[in-house]
Design a protein around this ligand. Structure first.
Ligand SMILES: [Zn+2]
Ligand SMILES: [Zn+2]
Ligand SMILES: [Zn+2]
Length: 339
């Protein structure tokens, strides 16, 4: 039966409508489009002069493991103050000042976050933390958005594993909505409550360990979407302890690896949400993992109501099965290593 579920973070309704679901028919054409393999990759070692000079590198001198560079085509640039100019009753503008950086996650062109070892996950998360720390000390900026786009369909123009960090001079609507939801939530912290409730229910939880909980939220608006929540209640990513940061980095790797094992190579977006730097309202930082399996159609665009054709209960069940299959394969392989 179809059902409406309320997303308590965004305040939007989601329609779970699974009757017409046929995975092969719906997701069959969702393999990421190939990149031009003849083109020179600007993020590979040896091609460093193709990007602006690095802002930061991690790893031994001369052989970086993570590299942060300014985006060559920044959406937000410069430190002009955020002054809103009303040019008539309906024309309002402001300078798009801020910082737009690219984080090259690895020197290895063919890896993805889903195939990093633990050490690389830790390095990437340390780099993200350091850059957000740097952004929040920059005058005029209010919020940092960390994103990973994987595959052309998800907006990635370069194949090499990388993410983007944008420091912007205002708090975007999505964050304002989530902050409002945390503030209105009566029973303590919204996400501490959600993780506890999901763990109690059990059947939407995909991975739970000492530091993080990964689950297919009850209110999932898109097939196989996952939410990764650090157990420590903390509003700001950049104030999170090293163990929690490492835990989230590894949980992202595990989530992406499991999605690939279940669904094959699919495009996805990873979206980090943390409180604006100077916010004191209740918040709990977290990461959305959003496989790009469906296209937003007219109803979604017109209403903001997502129709999800894969119930999160089923998604979590299949993902747990993929983890169990992998563990069995690891235990049975002679080298003790699964491919
Ligand atoms: Zn490359
Ligand atoms: Zn919390
Ligand atoms: Zn969020």
């Amino acid at each position: 039966m179809n059902q409406l579920r309320l997303d308590p973070l965004s305040g939007r309704w989601v329609a779970v409508s699974t009757e017409r679901f046929d995975r092969n028919a719906m997701f069959g054409a969702c393999k990421p489009a190939p990149y031009d393999s003849g083109a020179r990759c600007p993020f590979c070692p040896g091609n460093e002069e193709e990007t602006p000079p690095a802002l930061e590198t991690y790893g031994a001198e001369g052989s970086w493991l993570v590299r942060v560079v300014p985006n060559r085509y920044p959406a937000f640039e410069g430190l002009a103050p955020f002054v809103v100019d009303h040019r008539g009753p309906v024309f309002t503008e402001a300078p798009a000042s801020g910082i737009h950086e690219v984080l090259v996650f690895s020197p290895h062109h063919d890896l993805t976050w889903g195939s990093f070892d633990d050490h690389q996950c830790v390095l990437v998360m340390s780099a993200i933390r350091d850059r957000v720390e740097e952004h929040q000390s920059t005058p005029g900026l209010r919020y940092s958005q960390v994103i990973v786009n994987y595959g052309r369909e998800a907006g990635a123009s370069v194949e090499h594993p990388h993410g983007q960090l944008l420091g912007i001079p205002f708090v975007p609507r999505e964050l304002v909505d989530e902050q409002g939801s945390f503030t209105r939530f009566a029973g303590g912290c919204l996400l501490c409550t959600a993780t506890a409730s999901e763990e109690r229910a059990g059947y939407r939880t995909v991975e739970a360990n000492e530091h993080t909980v990964t689950f297919a939220p009850y209110w999932s608006g898109t097939p196989y979407e996952l939410l990764i929540v650090p157990r420590t209640h903390e509003a700001h990513l950049h104030r999170s302890g090293p163990e929690d940061l490492a835990g989230v980095g590894i949980a992202i790797r595990n989530a992406l690896d499991t999605l690939r094992r279940l669904l094959g190579e699919v495009a996805y977006n990873v979206v980090f949400h943390a409180a604006p730097y100077r916010a004191s309202a209740p918040y709990h930082w977290h990461v959305h993992v959003l496989p790009k399996l469906v296209t937003r159609a007219g109803f979604e665009l017109g209403t903001g109501v997502y129709i999800n054709v894969v119930a999160p209960e089923r998604a979590a069940d299949e993902l747990r099965q993929a983890i169990a299959d992998r563990q069995r394969a690891t235990a049975h392989s002679p080298e003790g290593v699964a491919s």
